[in-house]
Design a protein around this ligand. Sequence first.
Ligand code: KIV
Length: 268
Amino acid sequence: MTERKPMNLQRLLDMHARREKIAMLTCYDASFAHVLDEAGVDVMLIGDSLGNVLHGAESTVAVSMDSMLYHTRSVARGNTHAWIVGDLPFDSYHASKEEAWRNAAQLFKLGAHMVKLEGGGWVNETVHFLTERGIPVCGHLGFTPQTVTALGGFKVQGRSEAGAALLKRHAKELVEAGAQMLVLEMVPSALAKEITESLSVPVIGIGAGVGCSGQVLVLHDMLGISHGRHPRFVRNFMQGSASIQEAVARYVQEVKAGTFPVDAVHGF
Ligand code: KIV
Protein backbone atom coordinates (compact mmCIF):
# COMPACT_ATOMS: atom_id res chain seq x y z
CA MET A 1 0.00 0.00 0.00
CA THR A 2 1.36 3.47 -0.88
CA GLU A 3 1.83 5.83 2.02
CA ARG A 4 -0.56 8.81 2.03
CA LYS A 5 1.45 12.01 1.71
CA PRO A 6 0.41 15.37 3.16
CA MET A 7 -1.44 17.55 0.64
CA ASN A 8 0.46 20.46 -0.85
CA LEU A 9 -0.24 23.33 -3.22
CA GLN A 10 1.37 21.73 -6.26
CA ARG A 11 -0.77 18.61 -5.85
CA LEU A 12 -3.91 20.73 -5.63
CA LEU A 13 -2.90 22.59 -8.81
CA ASP A 14 -2.18 19.24 -10.51
CA MET A 15 -5.55 17.87 -9.41
CA HIS A 16 -7.26 20.88 -11.01
CA ALA A 17 -5.24 20.42 -14.21
CA ARG A 18 -6.13 16.70 -14.35
CA ARG A 19 -9.81 17.42 -13.52
CA GLU A 20 -9.45 15.28 -10.39
CA LYS A 21 -12.04 16.46 -7.87
CA ILE A 22 -10.99 18.08 -4.58
CA ALA A 23 -13.00 17.36 -1.41
CA MET A 24 -13.02 20.22 1.08
CA LEU A 25 -15.01 20.67 4.31
CA THR A 26 -15.03 23.24 7.06
CA CYS A 27 -13.52 22.13 10.36
CA TYR A 28 -13.14 23.93 13.66
CA ASP A 29 -11.51 21.59 16.19
CA ALA A 30 -8.91 18.85 16.63
CA SER A 31 -11.30 15.89 17.07
CA PHE A 32 -13.18 16.62 13.87
CA ALA A 33 -9.89 17.36 12.10
CA HIS A 34 -8.82 13.83 12.94
CA VAL A 35 -12.10 12.35 11.65
CA LEU A 36 -11.95 14.37 8.42
CA ASP A 37 -8.32 13.49 7.87
CA GLU A 38 -9.01 9.77 8.31
CA ALA A 39 -11.93 10.04 5.87
CA GLY A 40 -9.64 11.46 3.17
CA VAL A 41 -10.69 15.11 3.06
CA ASP A 42 -8.16 17.00 0.89
CA VAL A 43 -8.67 20.50 2.27
CA MET A 44 -9.98 21.69 5.65
CA LEU A 45 -11.28 25.23 5.94
CA ILE A 46 -11.41 26.93 9.30
CA GLY A 47 -14.30 29.02 8.05
CA ASP A 48 -15.60 32.11 9.74
CA SER A 49 -18.89 30.20 9.45
CA LEU A 50 -17.86 29.20 12.97
CA GLY A 51 -19.66 32.41 13.92
CA ASN A 52 -22.91 30.79 12.77
CA VAL A 53 -22.44 27.14 13.69
CA LEU A 54 -20.35 27.42 16.88
CA HIS A 55 -21.31 30.83 18.24
CA GLY A 56 -24.96 30.93 17.09
CA ALA A 57 -24.61 34.34 15.43
CA GLU A 58 -26.80 35.49 12.52
CA SER A 59 -23.81 36.33 10.34
CA THR A 60 -20.03 35.97 10.22
CA VAL A 61 -19.42 39.71 10.69
CA ALA A 62 -18.66 39.62 14.43
CA VAL A 63 -16.12 36.78 14.25
CA SER A 64 -12.85 37.94 15.80
CA MET A 65 -9.28 37.28 14.78
CA ASP A 66 -8.79 35.65 18.20
CA SER A 67 -11.51 33.09 17.43
CA MET A 68 -9.91 32.29 14.08
CA LEU A 69 -6.52 31.81 15.74
CA TYR A 70 -7.92 29.57 18.47
CA HIS A 71 -9.73 27.27 16.02
CA THR A 72 -6.90 27.24 13.47
CA ARG A 73 -4.46 26.02 16.10
CA SER A 74 -6.96 23.31 17.20
CA VAL A 75 -7.52 22.02 13.65
CA ALA A 76 -3.80 22.02 12.86
CA ARG A 77 -3.15 19.88 15.95
CA GLY A 78 -5.69 17.25 14.84
CA ASN A 79 -4.64 17.12 11.20
CA THR A 80 -1.87 15.16 9.50
CA HIS A 81 -2.57 15.12 5.75
CA ALA A 82 -5.05 17.79 4.69
CA TRP A 83 -4.22 21.24 3.31
CA ILE A 84 -5.43 23.81 5.85
CA VAL A 85 -7.08 27.08 4.84
CA GLY A 86 -7.80 29.72 7.49
CA ASP A 87 -10.39 32.44 6.93
CA LEU A 88 -9.41 36.04 7.48
CA PRO A 89 -12.50 37.40 9.25
CA PHE A 90 -14.35 40.64 8.57
CA ASP A 91 -12.29 43.71 9.51
CA SER A 92 -8.97 41.82 9.53
CA TYR A 93 -7.81 42.67 5.96
CA HIS A 94 -9.94 45.64 4.93
CA ALA A 95 -8.03 48.66 6.28
CA SER A 96 -4.60 47.99 4.81
CA LYS A 97 -2.45 45.28 3.22
CA GLU A 98 -0.04 45.59 6.15
CA GLU A 99 -2.80 44.75 8.62
CA ALA A 100 -3.83 41.85 6.38
CA TRP A 101 -0.23 40.60 6.48
CA ARG A 102 -0.03 40.74 10.27
CA ASN A 103 -3.29 38.79 10.65
CA ALA A 104 -2.52 36.29 7.88
CA ALA A 105 0.94 35.67 9.37
CA GLN A 106 -0.61 34.80 12.73
CA LEU A 107 -2.88 32.19 11.11
CA PHE A 108 0.10 30.88 9.16
CA LYS A 109 2.25 30.52 12.28
CA LEU A 110 -0.48 28.48 13.98
CA GLY A 111 -0.73 25.96 11.15
CA ALA A 112 -2.79 27.41 8.28
CA HIS A 113 -1.17 26.66 4.90
CA MET A 114 -3.25 29.27 3.10
CA VAL A 115 -5.57 32.13 4.05
CA LYS A 116 -8.92 32.95 2.47
CA LEU A 117 -10.40 36.39 1.98
CA GLU A 118 -13.64 37.56 0.39
CA GLY A 119 -14.24 39.96 -2.47
CA GLY A 120 -13.03 41.02 -5.89
CA GLY A 121 -11.19 44.06 -7.24
CA TRP A 122 -10.32 45.90 -4.04
CA VAL A 123 -8.55 42.83 -2.53
CA ASN A 124 -6.13 42.34 -5.45
CA GLU A 125 -3.39 44.52 -4.00
CA THR A 126 -3.60 42.66 -0.68
CA VAL A 127 -3.53 39.26 -2.42
CA HIS A 128 -0.38 40.33 -4.27
CA PHE A 129 1.22 41.63 -1.05
CA LEU A 130 0.57 38.36 0.85
CA THR A 131 1.52 35.94 -1.91
CA GLU A 132 4.73 37.81 -2.81
CA ARG A 133 5.77 37.44 0.82
CA GLY A 134 5.05 33.71 0.95
CA ILE A 135 1.51 33.29 2.25
CA PRO A 136 -0.70 31.42 -0.24
CA VAL A 137 -4.14 32.98 -0.71
CA CYS A 138 -7.56 31.61 -1.62
CA GLY A 139 -10.10 34.12 -2.97
CA HIS A 140 -13.84 33.91 -2.29
CA LEU A 141 -16.29 35.26 -4.89
CA GLY A 142 -19.99 35.06 -5.65
CA PHE A 143 -22.08 35.24 -2.50
CA THR A 144 -19.68 36.55 0.13
CA PRO A 145 -21.14 36.03 3.64
CA GLN A 146 -19.18 38.92 5.22
CA THR A 147 -21.06 41.36 2.95
CA VAL A 148 -24.51 39.79 3.31
CA THR A 149 -25.95 43.17 4.39
CA ALA A 150 -24.62 45.04 1.37
CA LEU A 151 -25.72 42.20 -0.95
CA GLY A 152 -29.28 42.44 0.41
CA GLY A 153 -29.45 38.89 1.77
CA PHE A 154 -28.58 35.33 0.71
CA LYS A 155 -28.79 35.78 -3.06
CA VAL A 156 -27.35 33.91 -6.01
CA GLN A 157 -24.68 36.08 -7.67
CA GLY A 158 -23.82 36.41 -11.37
CA ARG A 159 -27.29 35.76 -12.77
CA SER A 160 -27.35 38.90 -14.97
CA GLU A 161 -25.04 39.42 -17.93
CA ALA A 162 -23.27 42.27 -16.14
CA GLY A 163 -23.01 40.28 -12.91
CA ALA A 164 -21.52 37.28 -14.73
CA ALA A 165 -19.00 39.50 -16.56
CA LEU A 166 -17.94 41.10 -13.26
CA LEU A 167 -17.45 37.71 -11.60
CA LYS A 168 -15.34 36.47 -14.51
CA ARG A 169 -13.21 39.62 -14.37
CA HIS A 170 -12.75 39.42 -10.59
CA ALA A 171 -11.76 35.72 -10.78
CA LYS A 172 -9.17 36.39 -13.50
CA GLU A 173 -7.74 39.39 -11.61
CA LEU A 174 -7.47 37.43 -8.36
CA VAL A 175 -5.41 34.74 -10.07
CA GLU A 176 -3.27 37.39 -11.79
CA ALA A 177 -2.69 38.96 -8.36
CA GLY A 178 -1.41 35.61 -7.06
CA ALA A 179 -4.40 33.72 -5.62
CA GLN A 180 -3.84 29.98 -5.94
CA MET A 181 -7.33 28.79 -5.15
CA LEU A 182 -10.82 30.27 -5.35
CA VAL A 183 -14.09 29.52 -3.58
CA LEU A 184 -17.20 30.32 -5.63
CA GLU A 185 -20.40 30.49 -3.58
CA MET A 186 -23.99 30.51 -4.90
CA VAL A 187 -23.22 31.08 -8.56
CA PRO A 188 -25.14 29.57 -11.52
CA SER A 189 -23.60 26.19 -12.40
CA ALA A 190 -22.87 27.04 -16.05
CA LEU A 191 -21.03 30.24 -15.09
CA ALA A 192 -19.01 28.47 -12.35
CA LYS A 193 -18.01 25.77 -14.86
CA GLU A 194 -16.90 28.40 -17.37
CA ILE A 195 -14.82 30.22 -14.74
CA THR A 196 -13.28 26.94 -13.51
CA GLU A 197 -12.26 25.90 -17.00
CA SER A 198 -10.75 29.31 -17.73
CA LEU A 199 -8.40 29.34 -14.71
CA SER A 200 -5.12 27.62 -13.87
CA VAL A 201 -6.01 27.25 -10.17
CA PRO A 202 -8.61 25.08 -8.41
CA VAL A 203 -12.09 26.55 -8.02
CA ILE A 204 -13.99 25.06 -5.10
CA GLY A 205 -17.75 25.42 -5.34
CA ILE A 206 -20.46 25.74 -2.72
CA GLY A 207 -23.81 26.02 -4.44
CA ALA A 208 -21.91 26.50 -7.70
CA GLY A 209 -22.49 23.17 -9.44
CA VAL A 210 -20.57 20.05 -10.26
CA GLY A 211 -18.38 21.73 -12.90
CA CYS A 212 -16.01 23.19 -10.28
CA SER A 213 -12.64 21.61 -9.42
CA GLY A 214 -14.01 20.52 -6.07
CA GLN A 215 -16.67 21.14 -3.44
CA VAL A 216 -16.89 22.56 0.05
CA LEU A 217 -19.72 22.43 2.57
CA VAL A 218 -20.06 23.63 6.14
CA LEU A 219 -19.42 20.51 8.26
CA HIS A 220 -22.43 21.02 10.54
CA ASP A 221 -24.72 21.44 7.51
CA MET A 222 -23.63 18.20 5.85
CA LEU A 223 -23.97 16.36 9.17
CA GLY A 224 -27.49 17.74 9.56
CA ILE A 225 -26.78 19.35 12.95
CA SER A 226 -26.87 23.04 12.05
CA HIS A 227 -29.79 25.10 13.25
CA GLY A 228 -32.01 27.27 11.06
CA ARG A 229 -32.27 27.57 7.31
CA HIS A 230 -30.67 24.96 5.09
CA PRO A 231 -29.64 26.23 1.70
CA ARG A 232 -30.69 24.28 -1.37
CA PHE A 233 -27.08 23.26 -2.11
CA VAL A 234 -26.65 21.34 1.17
CA ARG A 235 -27.08 17.58 1.42
CA ASN A 236 -27.32 15.80 4.77
CA PHE A 237 -24.79 12.97 4.48
CA MET A 238 -25.71 11.57 7.91
CA GLN A 239 -28.90 10.24 6.32
CA GLY A 240 -28.08 6.64 5.48
CA SER A 241 -24.75 6.70 7.36
CA ALA A 242 -24.02 4.77 10.53
CA SER A 243 -21.41 7.22 11.84
CA ILE A 244 -19.90 10.67 11.29
CA GLN A 245 -16.82 8.98 9.84
CA GLU A 246 -18.98 7.17 7.29
CA ALA A 247 -20.92 10.36 6.39
CA VAL A 248 -17.69 12.27 5.75
CA ALA A 249 -16.20 9.37 3.78
CA ARG A 250 -19.37 9.25 1.62
CA TYR A 251 -19.10 13.00 1.01
CA VAL A 252 -15.47 12.58 -0.11
CA GLN A 253 -16.34 9.64 -2.34
CA GLU A 254 -19.32 11.43 -3.96
CA VAL A 255 -17.39 14.64 -4.58
CA LYS A 256 -14.58 12.65 -6.16
CA ALA A 257 -16.98 10.62 -8.30
CA GLY A 258 -18.80 13.77 -9.41
CA THR A 259 -22.14 12.50 -8.04
CA PHE A 260 -22.40 15.38 -5.54
CA PRO A 261 -23.68 17.95 -6.19
CA VAL A 262 -26.43 17.20 -8.69
CA ASP A 263 -26.97 20.44 -10.56
CA ALA A 264 -30.71 19.91 -11.05
CA VAL A 265 -31.14 19.38 -7.28
CA HIS A 266 -28.47 21.47 -5.56
CA GLY A 267 -27.57 24.01 -8.26
CA PHE A 268 -28.84 27.38 -9.47
O1 KIV B 1 -16.75 30.33 6.33
C1 KIV B 1 -17.02 29.36 5.61
O2 KIV B 1 -17.40 28.28 6.04
C2 KIV B 1 -16.88 29.54 4.17
C3 KIV B 1 -17.51 28.51 3.30
C4 KIV B 1 -18.95 28.82 3.17
C5 KIV B 1 -16.84 28.39 1.99
O3 KIV B 1 -16.32 30.50 3.72
